[in-house]
Design a protein around this ligand. Structure first.
Ligand code: NAP
Length: 339
């Protein structure tokens, strides 16, 4: 069994990666910005069924500082670099996202190389693949890169694209044998482990809360967090994953209205507030004035972007559950959290 570093242990995807690594028998180290969060992270993992005790250790490290990364990486066989800012709104200064995403990835890669880590798996995003291309029929795949000169670029898509490019450049120029594999998830749903869940959970949370009187004409790819974690583990050890990117999507593009209809159908009384009608675009623009998470999605209104996870299935034997199952499991976990 190996020792694996997972960065950003307080995060949604990182938490599920830690659960699966522990389940597979690995020793896990994780970084948090502040060690005071250790009890909270352990409680979240316990909610996910794990009580790892000494098999899990915590290190303090911030993406914006050199401190702590060397100690965290020392003695590790692999590292999953999951941490990166993913806020609900748009920051005033795009560098609030770009700098930690890019420089944090480089800090982790440098520390991993110097510690003799065999392979790093970087959590990138569909944000580094499918933006800046306008509307197109051809499904996006791993050969596509976001065009930062396009008109739908947000600070977040920019941060993920720049960070992933910087990681590949680092490996090519100064990796010194360190291996890199990249996972590019679309919108991630699935069971939340605690109240500090990811921005992407708002897709289901907002519908369940009836935050809007209808569904905006928005669509996206969806994938379950447990399948994203599983793909990280496959990309960590499979020889065929070295030097490759893997788009993580379950099925294809889904309209938000379809998610709303599914929740209404499957969640019974708990879905009482879920709206099923389609909101006209002008109303969404007005809602965006009050809701930063809606503003972030405005450039996507009405756009249909197809993508495929065929490569991960073919090369790594990945087999994701349906987006429908994932959306229902998300809603059920939120309902449990609310008691
Ligand atoms: P999340 O729950 O918000 O996790 C983000 C993690 O990054 C948190 O642990 C956070 O720590 C950490 N982080 C942010 N800024 C940091 C900094 N300056 N220094 C150290 N740690 C920092 O979101 P998530 O969905 O799990 O996202 C994890 C990764 O997946 C990110 O790279 C994101 O871009 C990527 N991704 C997510 C989705 C999605 O739909 N969820 C889709 C594609 C890609 P704190 O708890 O201290 O803030």
């Amino acid at each position: 069994m190996s020792t694996v570093l997972v960065t950003g242990g307080s995060g949604f995807i990182a938490g599920h990666c830690i659960l699966q690594l522990l389940d597979a028998g690995h020793e896990v180290r994780t970084t948090v910005r502040n060690l005071a969060r250790e009890p909270e992270v352990r409680a979240a993992l316990k909610a996910g069924g794990a009580e790892p005790g000494a098999r899990l250790s915590f290190f303090a490290a911030d993406l914006t500082s050199d401190k702590g990364w060397t100690e965290a990486a020392k003695g590790c066989d692999y590292a999953l670099h999951v941490a990166s800012p993913f806020p609900p709104g748009v920051p005033k200064d795009e560098n609030e996202l770009i700098v930690p995403a890019r420089d944090g990835a480089l800090r982790l890669l440098r520390a991993a190389r110097d510690a003799g880590v065999k392979r790093v798996v970087l959590t990138s995003s569909f944000a580094a693949i499918g933006y800046g291309h306008g509307v197109r029929k051809k499904p996006f795949d791993e050969t596509d890169w976001t065009d930062l000169d396009g008109d739908d670029i947000t600070p977040y898509t920019k941060s993920k694209t720049i960070a992933e490019r910087a990681a590949w450049d680092f490996i090519a120029r100064e990796g010194n044998g360190l291996e890199l594999a990249v996972v590019n998830p679309v919108g991630v749903l699935g069971p939340v482990l605690g109240p500090d869940y990811s921005t992407s959970i708002q897709i289901v949370k907002g519908l369940m809360d009836g935050a809007m009187p209808g569904s905006p004409k928005l669509g996206f790819g969806l994938v379950d967090v447990r399948d994203v974690a599983d793909l990280h583990l496959r990309a960590m050890t499979d020889p065929a994953a070295n030097g490759e990117r893997f788009l993580a999507i379950s099925g294809d593009f889904v309209w938000m209205r379809d998610v709303a209809r599914l929740l209404k159908e499957r969640m019974g009384k708990a879905a009482g507030k879920v709206p099923t009608r389609q909101l006209p675009n002008w109303l969404v623009f007005i809602a965006a004035l009050r809701m930063p998470e809606v503003k972030l999605l405005l450039p996507e209104l009405g756009k249909e972007k197809h993508a495929t996870g065929e490569k991960a299935m073919r090369v790594l034997g990945w087999s994701p559950r349906s987006w429908e199952q994932s959306a229902v499991d998300t809603a059920e976990s939120l309902a449990r959290l609310d008691g």
